[in-house]
Design a protein around this ligand. Structure first.
Ligand SMILES: Nc1ncnc2c1ncn2[C@@H]1O[C@H](COP(=O)(O)OP(=O)(O)O)[C@@H](O)[C@H]1O
Ligand SMILES: C=C(OP(=O)(O)O)C(=O)O
Length: 552
């Protein structure tokens, strides 16, 4: 039976009774020593630490649970819950938790007391318990330590995250779908993550907790990155994993406000964390100089990167363990971050997608309504297997780019965001960082320099006098030219070698958008639904993608 005090799991009692040693608030050098001593990582040339995540090199998508009903009554509040998150019974939670405590018996754990949220008004105190030192370093890179004397020990945190990768669930007994899981127990303000070493799960847990704790209607949580130029112009980059949020927001000519998740209040934006989590497979020092520098910096964690056992040089081109190799570092590694991690209201929204079908132009202009439509659709392509060709990718849709499990329901989210876009006159753009014209495997991915040039053209006003053409199917407006970018990137039809085949691909994608929208439209308020339901227009006969008889 979990030990409970004042309605929360009594982690202090657990620490006293069962654990060997609790290593509290260790600094980066101390954690380095622990990582090396425990043989969980190697120090690489110039100071980063290289670690392995084992079988989970990215987030397990299907293993998110929420416990609503507890013996004390549970959380009755009506919450919108993302489709990926399933209910777990109290009985299953209790049994898993008890076994987790037994697993930890006589083991050391690391605890960081820290804050999520860069403004005192909205920040939340966290207790993050990890089994390994490198995850504790990860936490340190992402969250501000509680430094007020005595506070870390004295106060109960707002939320606890317990991350024990070595513990594994038994699906037939625990009601999970695999040995890995993340369970959110709202009443006890705790998230248990186990069975996976992928550190991104800690970020997701903290983001979920923030989404729940933030005052609804006062702050809108956004899964995005943001940067600001010298004139105070704020750009926000939304997108699913791997679409380029980090790469494009860490721009040598602009200052990063946040890489991962931000809140939008009446005063402007603030970042939830202070870290960056960049994908670094085949990273080039020319395209991403600051991220590259982080891979040669003390404190950075390099996940699943190849390292020479003798010279300790790393090879960023080696994707043999995973293509999702990552660098996790603190924003303070960058030469020009916004140290307060706050800024004013956004001026630009960029909705990123990595379209492997090659249908979307590299840049399109979106009306506020279209921006909401694309945000709610959350389209991107997922690379499966080695992704050497389009047959190894899949189209993905995820409401609000999978913002979080517990947040404003999509209808309120869409409504609030639309109101804010209009109020602050935000210019919205779609950016395809994937393939244009020819699909993945047949064409080349849009270069980072070209994506940057497109963003610069928007930010500098260079497109003000350019002619735009409205796409007949997708409704967005496409610039005819853009300085520093080949015209072909704006005109996929011109790139496609087989025009007829391109139209089939385009219609297939449009049909998928429509199908996805109709699947979730009951969640969208009538006024937005009627505005959006005809955004993408296809002949009725095109509606069923399978009827195209087209396979990649
Ligand atoms: N045109 C492009 N824009 C952005 N990233 C690109 C582009 N082409 C290739 N990439 C690569 O795609 C990956 C994007 O990863 P990242 O920026 O970490 O995405 P996110 O933050 O959205 O998860 C990086 O490995 C980057 O080098
Ligand atoms: C950390 C993640 O997201 P992103 O790549 O968008 O930062 C993730 O999805 O695991």
């Amino acid at each position: 039976m979990p030990e409970i005090k004042d309605g929360k799991l009594d982690l202090k009692a657990i620490g006293r009774k069962y654990l060997r040693q609790v290593k509290r608030n260790f600094s980066a050098p101390l954690l380095y020593e622990e990582i090396v001593r425990s043989k969980k990582g190697r120090i690489a040339h110039m100071g980063p630490v290289v670690i392995r995540t084992g079988s989970h090199a990215e987030r397990p998508l299907d293993d998110q649970f929420i416990v609503r009903e507890t013996p004390a009554g549970g959380i009755r509040e009506v919450l919108w819950c993302h489709k990926d998150r399933k209910e777990m019974s109290w009985a299953h939670f209790e049994s898993l938790y008890s076994r987790l405590i037994s697993y930890l018996e006589d083991k050391d754990v690391y605890v960081q007391r820290c804050y999520a949220g860069s403004v005192p008004e909205y920040r939340m105190s966290l207790r993050i318990v990890t089994e390994t030192a490198w995850h504790s370093l990860f936490v340190r890179n992402f969250f501000e330590p509680v430094t007020e004397t005595g506070k870390a020990e004295a106060d109960e945190p707002d939320f606890s995250i317990i991350h024990i990768p070595g513990f594994r669930a038994t699906p037939s007994v625990d009601g999970t779908r695999s040995s890995a899981f993340s369970i959110l127990n709202l009443e006890q303000k705790v998230i248990l993550v186990a069975g996976t070493s992928y550190a991104g799960e800690i970020l997701r847990a903290a983001f979920t907790a923030m989404n729940y704790m933030l005052p609804r209607n006062a702050v809108i949580p956004m899964r995005c990155s943001a940067n600001v130029g010298s004139a105070g112009d704020v750009a926000v980059f939304f997108g699913r994993k791997g679409t380029g949020k980090t790469t494009l927001a860490i721009d040598p000519e602009r200052s990063l406000v946040g890489d991962h998740a931000l809140g939008w209040s009446e005063k402007g934006l603030f970042s939830f964390d202070r870290g960056c989590y960049a994908k670094i497979h085949q990273l080039s020092p020319e395209d991403s100089p600051h991220i590259y520098q982080s891979t040669r910096t003390f404190g950075t964690i390099l996940e699943n990167v190849a390292i020479d056992p003798e010279t300790r040089h790393v090879d960023l081109n080696d994707g043999s363990l995973t293509r999702n190799t990552r660098a996790a570092f603190s924003m303070s590694c960058l030469p020009n971050p916004v140290t307060s991690r706050t800024c004013g209201h956004p001026r630009y929204f960029f909705l990123l997608t990595r379209d492997a079908l090659g249908v979307m132009p590299a840049l399109v202009r979106l009306s506020p309504e279209l921006a909401i439509y694309y945000l709610l659709s959350g389209y991107t392509s997922r690379m499966t297997a080695e992704a050497k060709d389009a047959a190894e990718t899949e189209d993905m849709f995820d409401t609000r780019f999978g913002v979080s499990a517990l947040t404003l329901p999509p209808d309120i989210y869409a409504d609030t965001l639309l109101e804010k876009i209009r109020k602050h006159d935000i210019r919205c753009w779609g950016l395809n960082t994937g393939w244009v014209g020819e699909p993945c495997g047949k064409g080349r991915r849009v270069g980072i320099t070209h994506s940057r040039a497109l963003i610069r053209a928007v930010l500098s006003g260079a497109l003000a006098d350019v002619r735009f053409e409205t796409d007949p199917v997708f409704g967005f407006e496409v610039p005819e030219v853009c300085p520093g970018v080949p015209d072909a990137l704006l005109d996929p039809r011109s790139v496609a070698r087989d025009k007829g085949e391109y139209e089939v691909r385009a219609n297939r994608l449009a049909a998928e958008f429509i199908r996805e929208f109709s699947r979730t439209e009951h969640e969208i308020p009538e006024k937005i639904r009627s505005m959006l339901s005809h955004v993408i227009s296809l002949e009725d006969s095109y509606f069923d993608p399978e009827s195209f008889g087209f396979s990649l």
